[in-house]
Design a protein around this ligand. Structure first.
Ligand code: NAP
Ligand code: ZN
Length: 409
């Protein structure tokens, strides 16, 4: 479990059962303390009866090859297992990872590929052992939908580092049935309750969706490397992850600098609360900032020369790469060794920490800057993301999918 921030207002930690608790409840070992949060049996049974237990036909949008655009698909969601939740998807963010995966940029992708891992939905039905949700609740699904639950990492609430292989929300071998997982560009999804995040009442739903990936991916390194008030942090790349990173770092009272390749984003960086925005092509400015930073978080989606950024780190500083997932370029051994700098990586976050960032952001009214789009505009949105022209996250209004309309581009 990650540490809480010193300046964080104390809100009561919800007394929710963990997945291990749920397993124990199933075994009759933990029933007493959890009875109050169990769905009233009559209500749950009535709700289940109204939609049945599935499998559920669903509309989706996806790609059938690495070179195809996204278009309408008909898919099926599995029947409810005892711990499953059926969500009607309301909103789904568009992450650059969706584009990498659809286009096969991270290795072979199984098709059809239905992306989407910033999912906000309303609970439509629950399996008979579900305790965390009732029909009508709002739930979120990020990048993970399963993990082994028994390895050292899972037992430490670090499902994202599951030693036996986690199941991603899309394009992962499906641990519940043959084939691969299909993500949130869809009107329905079935997910085991442990991997569904509670979305607090009052949250701005479309602007909260991106926190399920962009939020947790940047929050987790700030927690792990203990970014504290007054420390200098640099955010490299001002896109979906980058703009949320700025907001999260500002909330911790860190001293934030944005490194961008887009001169037009400089005023935005300041509006988001950064002290300054530096064009990373400005070698004089980069030189001036040498050895000034405690932490750098790089959200650049592909390998780029990192040494100029490593040079910005002070003694014991760390550059955390969350963007590029291919071989990194141009890192100089002496450049790291001389001031005991670290180059590190980080992937999303565990379920408990994802819940923590959602609660943290809702309490502080931190949300993504979004452009709400209809599903038929998703291909054009992909082009804008690739061209660094997203301000700062596209979110699909999934009500548009029910129209069954064809892609516009
Ligand atoms: P995004 O919205 O496209 O933002 C990336 C930003 O990086 C761009 O807006 C741009 O900002 C900058 N950039 C793009 N290409 C660049 C280049 N060639 N050289 C230098 N800067 C460049 O993408 P995102 O959704 O934030 O995702 C960022 C990356 O993180 C993606 O690769 C994604 O797959 C990955 N990701 C990783 C995790 C994880 O768990 N580690 C989770 C989610 C996403 P400027 O215009 O400011 O330069
Ligand atoms: Zn993502």
């Amino acid at each position: 479990m990650s540490e809480r921030l010193n300046d964080e207002p104390q809100h009561p930690k919800p007394a929710l059962p963990t997945r291990r608790d749920a397993l124990m409840i199933g075994a009759g070992l933990l029933a007493a303390p959890l009875v109050a949060s169990v769905v009233p049996a009559a209500y749950a049974a009535e709700a289940r009866a109204s939609v049945g237990n599935g499998p559920f036909p669903a509309h989706a949008y996806g790609a059938t090859s690495a070179t195809s655009t996204l278009g309408p698909l008909q898919i099926e969601r599995r029947a409810l297992a005892p711990n499953d939740v059926l969500l009607d998807v309301l909103y789904c963010g568009v992450c650059h990872s969706d584009i990498h995966t659809v286009r096969g940029e991270w290795g072979p992708t199984p098709y059809p590929c239905v992306p989407g891992h910033e999912i906000i939905g309303q609970v439509q039905a629950v399996g008979k052992a579900v305790t965390k949700f009732k029909v009508g609740d709002i739930g979120g699904v990020g990048c993970l939908v399963n993990s082994c639950s028994t390895c050292e990492s899972c037992l430490a609430d670090l499902e994202q580092y599951c030693l036996n292989g986690f199941t991603l929300t899309y394009a992962s071998p499906d641990s519940s049935k043959a084939g691969h997982t299909l993500g949130g560009y869809s009107d329905k999804i079935v997910v085991t309750e442990h991997f569904v995040i509670r979305i607090p009442p009052g949250a701005d739903l479309p602007a909260t969706a991106p926190l399920l990936c962009a939020g947790i991916t940047t929050f987790s390194p700030m927690q792990h490397w203990k970014l504290a008030a007054g420390q200098r942090v640099g955010v490299v790349g001002l896109g979906g992850l980058g703009h949320v990173a700025v907001k999260l770092a500002v909330a911790r009272k860190a001293d934030v600098t944005v490194f961008t390749t887009s001169p037009g984003k400089v005023p935005d960086a300041k509006r988001l609360g950064a002290r300054e925005a530096v064009l990373s092509t400005d070698t004089a400015a980069m030189k001036e900032l040498a050895t000034k930073f405690d932490l750098l978080i790089s959200t650049v989606p592909e390998a780029f020369p990192m040494q100029p950024f490593i040079n910005l780190l002070k003694l014991d500083g760390t550059l955390v790469n969350v963007g590029a997932m291919n071989p990194l370029e141009d890192v100089h051994g002496l450049g790291l060794a001389r001031t005991r700098r670290s180059l590190a990586g980080s992937i999303i976050g565990g379920i408990a920490e994802t819940q923590e960032v959602i609660d943290y952001c809702t309490t502080r009214n931190i949300k993504a800057d979004i452009e709400l789009i209809r599903i038929e505009d998703v291909n054009g949105a992909y082009e804008r993301v690739v061209n660094k022209d997203v301000r700062y996250r596209f979110v699909i209004d999934m009500a548009s999918l029910k129209d069954g309309s064809q892609p516009r581009s």
